[in-house]
Design a protein around this ligand. Sequence first.
Ligand code: AMP
Ligand code: MG
Length: 347
Amino acid sequence: MKGRALPLGVLLALVAGLLSGCEKAPEQAQSTLFAMDTVMTLTVYGDGTSCTGQESLDRNSRLIGQREAELSSTRMESPIYTLNQQGRGELSGDTAELLTSALELCRITGGALDVTAYPAVQAWGFISGDYRVPGAEELSELAENIDYRKVALEAETGMVELPAGVELDLGAVAKGALGDELRVLFQQDGIASALLDLGQSTIVTIGTKPDGTPWRIGVQDPEGEGYLGVLELAGLAVGTSGGYQRYFEQDGQTYWHIIDPATAAPARSGLSSVTVVSSSAFVCDGLSTALFVMGLEDGARFWRAHPELEFEAVFVTENGGIALTAGLEERFTLGRGYEQREVTVIS
Ligand code: AMP
Ligand code: MG
């Protein structure tokens, strides 16, 4: 009998094979879809001990359509649309929770992020596509009504009231919040390696690449097609806000979709993009918008003043300069063709 026993290694391999029911090599599953006005590509890797990659992707992708329907300000079936029309409405528990966090971020950023910038976004034509430059009087009226403190939310019931002229829009944080939710769902399914690209402006990584090396995330050149640099990250999220992402030109001027709540006009702070790195995609999304409004100096000051937010940032100025917060110095390398760019480190 002894001679017929299998060596221990072979036995273990057989048992592992039976338990997993599939091959050992990391198995890639990918899905591309259009949602929230952008193309999203989710790439997940099964770890070889389970076959859940594709299954997990199919199941969890459904959340994207749900959140899009709930969080949109433009879709007539969304509770936020109804709220904006009627000045009063009830949000689901998830949306009310997201609004609570968003209002908190509005407060922390001193109103650079403001979830009531929507009427201004509309006035400039960014919702309809009928772009126009509002006059000074119209802008000052709009600016008057941009104030997140006017959003009366009853957190327990989800009831919200808005004064006349105030409208809500979670567009600056929705993709980030979605990214955090997706990450949790995939991790619950045992996915230990994934790249969730929710349309360039929000990217969530889970773990490292299957080979154990960090993910390489490009920071786009706001003035061109290439990548200014590459960030090497594992398990972190990235959010980018840039004038180049949505804009129109009129009489030789460029007007973009990020609004300075103080003026109701496109934020001209001397920046052309901001990329934020954090473990929270919500923080990345909200802060990239806010830092874009603040500009380099105030943004650097904000970073120094808020270590509790645990974020790092890449600021790209309108004249092409790159400034990194100290935590990114080791993670950032200039892209091909950009080796000569000046990089300063904020400490
Ligand atoms: P993001 O692409 O994440 O920077 O978000 C920009 C979107 O949020 C815009 O398309 C507007 O709908 C809205 N938005 C613009 N400016 C602000 C602002 N200062 N605070 C909050 N939301 C804004
Ligand atoms: Mg944002």
